[in-house]
Design a protein around this ligand. Structure first.
Ligand code: XLS
Ligand code: MG
Length: 344
């Protein structure tokens, strides 16, 4: 029995298209996904603004709220909560060169409009959390914008969101690059600094995605721990990643089991979830996966997480303490390997 509650986004079950080839599986309607998510063991759903309200740009502010209310009814029907809403600021022609940091004023206004609509949708769905994955916020051509100006743009955009709604919390999901060449807010350290510079730092935190930390050359468990030390880990996006290459969103734990174990361990040790936080997944199926197995990577991620949680609960802290006292780190390390290999 896990101590955690789990969340997932509808984009985590997708048809398999990538930059080099078309879809390999059928599109699945949202309601069918929600039903399966609940059966698999998820408690809450993560949304982009346009996952929640398709064709958002063509609707009035009232129509957007109305659509969000319909979605809320669908979530209620399956006993699911909404975890967060994230403005999708990377698909629209307005966001070719970023949103909040675009060099064009009309594009920055578009980004702010979508951010505020995301807040409206969140309110209708009964969540106070907005996630900002800053996909295109940075530079493609390094000399095209000042990193000082761009950072200040981000801080003022967040301030405007905090002012627009006095209860909303904003959660930055850092990533060092891709699709942008150089991003402005690439790690949890950047997120903490941006948070501190806003008008209400306790309402601005982070969402650590394992793959994004690995892409920055950092250890995901340490990034999680860093945010926890400031009480600013608002959610997580657990997955896995084979080194510094394109963002893979692999099933949690399949590349580096010890690294995955330590992510679970730091969450358990710090009672993550006790303020209602979810363990969120952000994983993708491989392109070769069949229609029947469209949810396998989610089931497997949950299975691996829960088995690692059992390992963490069996972790021998007395033995660890002894090893630390005598600096027997060879012994401690072998104990961890035995635990993971099932020899303990
Ligand atoms: C990037 C995800 C993205 C965010 C939420 O990691 O694919 O969708 O997690 O906006
Ligand atoms: Mg993510």
């Amino acid at each position: 029995m896990s101590q955690f509650k789990f969340s997932v986004g509808p984009w985590n079950v997708h048809a398999g298209a990538d930059s080099y080839g078309p879809a390999t599986r059928k599109e699945i309607p949202l309601e069918e996904k929600l039903k399966r998510f609940k059966e698999i063991g998820f408690d809450a759903i993560q949304f982009h603004d346009d996952d929640a309200v398709p064709n958002i740009n063509e609707l009035t502010e009232e129509e957007i709220k109305e659509e969000a209310r319909k979605l809320k009814e669908m979530l209620d029907k399956y006993g699911l909560k909404a975890e967060f809403v994230a403005p999708r600021l990377w698909m629209d022609p307005h966001t070719i060169d970023g949103g909040f940091m675009s060099t064009r004023k009309e594009d920055r206004e578009f980004a702010m409009w979508r951010a505020k609509r995301s807040i409206d949708i969140a309110n209708e769905l009964g969540t106070d959390l907005i996630v900002l994955w800053l996909a295109r916020e940075g530079t493609l051509c390094e000399e095209s914008k000042s990193p000082v100006w761009a950072t200040q743009q981000l801080i003022s955009a967040i301030n405007e969101m905090l002012e627009y709604d006095k209860h909303i919390r904003v959660c930055i999901e850092p990533k060092p690059n891709e699709p942008i060449d150089r991003s402005i807010c690439g790690t949890m350290g950047h997120v903490m600094a941006v948070s501190a510079a806003t008008i209400d730092p306790k309402r601005v935190g982070g969402n650590l995605e394992s793959a994004h930390a690995i892409l920055a050359g950092l250890d995901p468990a340490h990034e999680i721990g860093f945010a926890l030390a400031f009480n600013k880990l608002f959610t997580v996006h657990l997955n896995d990643q084979n080194g510094i290459r394109y963002d893979q969103d692999k099933t949690f734990g399949v590349e580096n089991l010890r690294q995955a174990f330590n992510q679970v361990k730091v969450l358990v040790e710090n009672d993550y979830g006790s303020h209602g936080e979810y363990v969120g997944l952000d994983v993708k199926a491989m392109r070769t996966t069949t229609d029947e197995d469209s949810y396998k990577h989610l089931e497997n991620s949950l299975k691996i997480f829960k088995r690692l949680e059992e390992k963490v609960k069996r972790f021998d802290y007395d033995f660890q303490k002894k090893c630390v006292e005598t600096r027997d780190f060879e012994g401690l390390e072998m104990y961890v390997m035995d635990l993971l290999m099932g020899a303990e």
